[in-house]
Design a protein. Structure first.
Length: 262
């Protein structure tokens, strides 16, 4: 049985995960819950769990920041709303993840992976330290790979023979149309970019831009209004010249609610 701590700033997310884990009473013993990275850090160091389920984007201290400060390192399963780029990083570093909203079938695979890991440790006691060190090394490599890149202040676009630098503060939003991604400025100009939506989501500062669907990233400082839509979605109106309206994707609703405390 894994002594387990749940760390997530969304109460509904923790409640849902706890209900799902209730199916595995012989596998998990939940010994603590934390609402942010700072609380999680204190709990992990005090209770020294075998395993933590960890959100990444949290107030006070992110999941990455919390992990980098730990002196005791448990096994980690991320519960994340990150896109496929981030998920690829988790896979390459042998760290398991659960993409929100968490489903029973995906959690089953996590349990199987944990059981396999535990079985290997029991069968090869003499290699336990080596395995744990390898796990921790992979985790640290993943944290380094996922740390925010150098802050940017503009996006370059090509128009004719010129390259323009568009200040982030002048950008209303980005929108994907088939294979192309366009940048829309507040004064209504539309420029073709050389980036994909997933690369922009990684590149842009998270305190200024938010991905709200597979096709749209918005400047959260340039929102005019937000209206509730169907099935947990939102209609967002921007302050650009056309007062563009966009509907959020279903999997992005929780991030919007958390950011704006809706």
């Amino acid at each position: 049985m894994f002594k387990t701590i749940l760390i997530d700033d969304e109460k509904l997310a923790i409640n849902r995960l706890e209900r799902l884990l209730g199916k595995y009473t012989d596998t998990f013993e939940i010994i603590g819950r934390a609402n942010n990275g700072a609380e999680g850090l204190s709990l992990v160091e005090t209770l020294r769990p075998d395993l933590i389920f960890l959100d990444i984007e949290m107030p006070v201290m992110t999941g990455f920041e919390m992990l980098s400060r730990l002196t005791f390192m448990p096994l980690v399963v991320f519960a994340t709303a990150f896109d496929e780029y981030a998920i690829k990083a988790f896979e390459e570093n042998s760290i398991d993840y659960l993409l929100k909203p968490i489903e029973h079938e995906r959690l089953d695979k996590t349990v199987q992976k944990l059981m396999l890991w535990q079985s290997n440790v029991v069968q090869k006691v003499e290699q336990t330290n080596h395995q744990e060190n390898l796990f921790n090394d992979n985790l640290m490599k993943m944290i380094e790979a996922m740390k925010p890149k150098k802050a940017i202040s503009s996006i370059s676009v090509k128009t004719g023979s010129k390259i323009l630098l568009i200040d982030l503060q002048d950008i209303s939003h980005f929108e994907a149309d088939d294979k192309y991604v366009f940048l829309i400025t507040l004064d209504g100009q539309k420029y073709l970019t050389s980036y994909t939506i997933s690369i922009l989501a990684e590149k842009l500062p998270s305190n200024q831009f938010l991905q709200i669907s597979r096709a749209n990233i918005i400047n959260i400082q340039k929102i005019k209004e937000i209206e509730k839509h169907f099935n947990g979605k939102f209609q967002i109106t921007m302050k650009d010249k056309a007062q563009s309206k966009m509907i959020s994707g279903g999997t992005f609703g929780e991030a919007i609610k958390a950011l704006f405390e809706i």
